[in-house]
Design a protein around this ligand. Sequence first.
Ligand code: HEM
Length: 479
Amino acid sequence: KKNHKKYPPGPLRLPILGNILQIAAQSPFPSTAFLNLSKKYGEVMYLKMGMVSAVTFNSPQSVHEILNHDKAVERTRTMLPMIEARMYAQNLGIIFSSSEPWQKMRRFTIRTLRDFGFGKAASMDVVIGEELDKFTDHLKNLMKKDGVVEVHGLFDLTLVNVLWRLVTGVNYAMDDERILELLKLSNEMIQNTKFSFDSSATFPFLWHLFPSWSGKNLQMKIIKALHKYCRDTAEYNRKHCDYKNNPQCYVDVFLQKIDETANDPETEYTDDQLVLCLLDLFQAGAETSSKTMSFAMLYMLTHQDIQQKVQKELDEVVGKGKEVTMEEKGRLPYTQAAVLECLRYSVVLPFPPARQASDDFYFHDYFIKKGTVIMPNLEAVHFDEALWGDPRNFRPERFLKKDMTIDSKLASNLVQFGGGKRVCLGQNLAESTVFLYFANILSKFQLVKVAGDPEPTTVPEQGITYSPQPFRVLFKSRA
Ligand code: HEM
């Protein structure tokens, strides 16, 4: 038992603004800014961002420890008023919900998706394989004119389709305008949200006071469109699918639950709940995997030598231009290492959706007050010099042992899926998807820089998730 209250160190706080200016002076990217500041103030650091009190964790050891900490499991949905509006101001869905309702929905979702084959290598091969064929045809179509393809958003729809086969039973055409528009809106919502400098996070009342300037009007328009889409999706299955007798997807099983518990006033299974679960899966599943794939394309474009090594391995093991399945994964160590390096280098979600201290607690010597926002900085792990030696170099070989097998101990340090009880629910699917898309694209196509285009930068676009700035690739068929 400690009898003192030593708060974590941090830069001097200004009245009202707190540390906003010091953070902004470091970098437009909060994860980089926190990392820089932590070199001076310590790996566990207290920051005040307007009205938000946060503790950020900036070393591999402290990040792993806090992700697994019992007092840091609850999410905070009040940090951003946009999130609160997105949840109908209730404790709904999976990503931002807390306590018992979260546990129930998380368990139900994992169990139901698993029943439909989610995460099982054999069924994932089929689901992802079918979608990959469609995507390859789509890519060939885009290549028809001069082979040049814009990568921004290229993977959004196809990766929704992979997930949506299990979640809703629906499969969209690659040019489905409604879904493409929704994906654009969803992306806009995420890109327009910036953690520490977003006025709606730091001074939530401004969001309500100045709805146009603060972006509230735009975000509410997007939230309404996304809610409507999810509600329509559920309604479609209610009207057109035999969900009572022959459930074919997650939505069908959810609808069964709604019917079964209709007379229970305490039930968690409501239409609003279903809308939020769908929205969470849509946004969590599509954005992250799609941006990871775009980064992977970018790194292969900018590291031609590594692209060639991956292709050499694929050619030898699977055959030039041939289809790669999960069965071959074990025999493709270099390709696996390249995927791991893409995951390490891209950090698409530098902070897991914010958690908060559910109680007063001590983290080692430091006192953390109930309600404090908990921000593990994933970039601090993926770019730690002591851990990786040369973290700023893109070097898949780091994940290979002398005997050319994957160094799983080193790989276990990666935290792109977060950790602990809140760890990403889609990790298995995402890992299989990214591996299969990456390997199959490289098996079938060569990625070349477009003559005359500027050198693409690996500095990401700003936003709550990171994505590459728009760039184009000249795809050349290898078959
Ligand atoms: C490369 C792709 C992906 C990345 C990098 C990623 C990353 C993350 C991270 C960092 C978290 C927060 C974990 C934490 O707080 O410790 C998370 C949570 C979550 N992810 Fe993913 N994710 C990916 C793909 C997916 C997919 C495909 C799905 C769809 C099933 C998904 C669904 C979720 C959900 C529902 C949560 C909230 C879990 C909870 O709070 O209990 N993610 N993800």
